[in-house]
Design a protein around this ligand. Structure first.
Ligand code: SAM
Length: 206
């Protein structure tokens, strides 16, 4: 049916043993909420035609693998985690679901910042958000899954300032026009050989 929203299945996690979840975050309500959001944003993500997608704090790899299943092999999928067991498991989850996920063990995006500056098209993060003493934040074990420190925001607050220089600048024109008081809508896009063509509509909002 023309224009129908495709549906996607939750990645196969049958390779993960219950003992693995003693070391790595087991997908829970928050993970599944992220999958639902990715599915409902599918049209937007697909139209973006991303080249590089990154998940920070990938845990079991369920979210980045789902994204790779939704968008297919034309993009490169990477993930980071402070917990080395999570980075390894994320790669295994990709493999289990026939998608390639490149893991990096590092704090937030620290290992990517030079090479991928301004090149990441899709950046996901389901951060630890439980209020805990600050001293519990930043472990390389399972505690890193939930320990959010003061107000549950310590990890998120360190992550957010890096977003603007990591993300690709496809919306530079939009930023420029928003500053000038216009809203931008992408009316139509088409891939023509190596070119991505778009018709952009600007409407004055202020
Ligand atoms: C709530 S879990 C989410 C896991 C997975 N994305 C999901 O949705 O099921 C948060 C993840 O972030 C990782 N993490 C916490 N602090 C981090 C940091 N500073 N840098 C990278 N990863 C971090 C944890 O190890 C954990 O895997």
């Amino acid at each position: 049916m023309k224009g129908a929203q495709p549906t996607f299945s939750t990645p196969d996690l049958s390779h993960i043993k219950s003992a693995d979840y003693e070391h790595v975050y087991e997908p829970a309500e928050d993970s599944f909420l992220m999958l639902d959001a990715l599915e409902s944003e599918y049209a937007f993500l697909n139209q973006l035609q991303p080249s590089i997608c990154v998940e920070v704090g990938s845990g079991s790899g369920v979210c980045i693998t789902f994204l790779a299943q939704c968008l297919g092999p034309s993009a490169f999928y990477m993930c980071t985690d402070l917990n080395p067991a999570a980075a390894r498991l994320s790669q295994a989850t990709g493999r289990q679901n026939n998608v390639l996920v490149q893991p990096v063990t590092c704090d937030l995006t620290s290992a990517l910042e030079h090479r991928l500056k301004g090149q990441i098209d899709v950046l996901l993060f389901n951060p630890p958000y439980v209020v805990t003493p600050s001293s519990e934040v930043g472990s390389r074990g399972i505690e890193a899954s939930w320990a959010g420190g003061e107000k549950g925001r310590e990890v998120t607050d360190r992550f957010l300032p890096s977003v603007s220089h990591l993300l690709s600048s496809k919306d530079e024109i939009e930023d420029m026009m928003m500053t000038a008081g216009f809203q931008m809508t992408v009316v139509n896009t088409r891939k023509a050989g190596r070119e991505h063509l778009s018709v952009l509509k600007f409407t004055r909002v202020t």
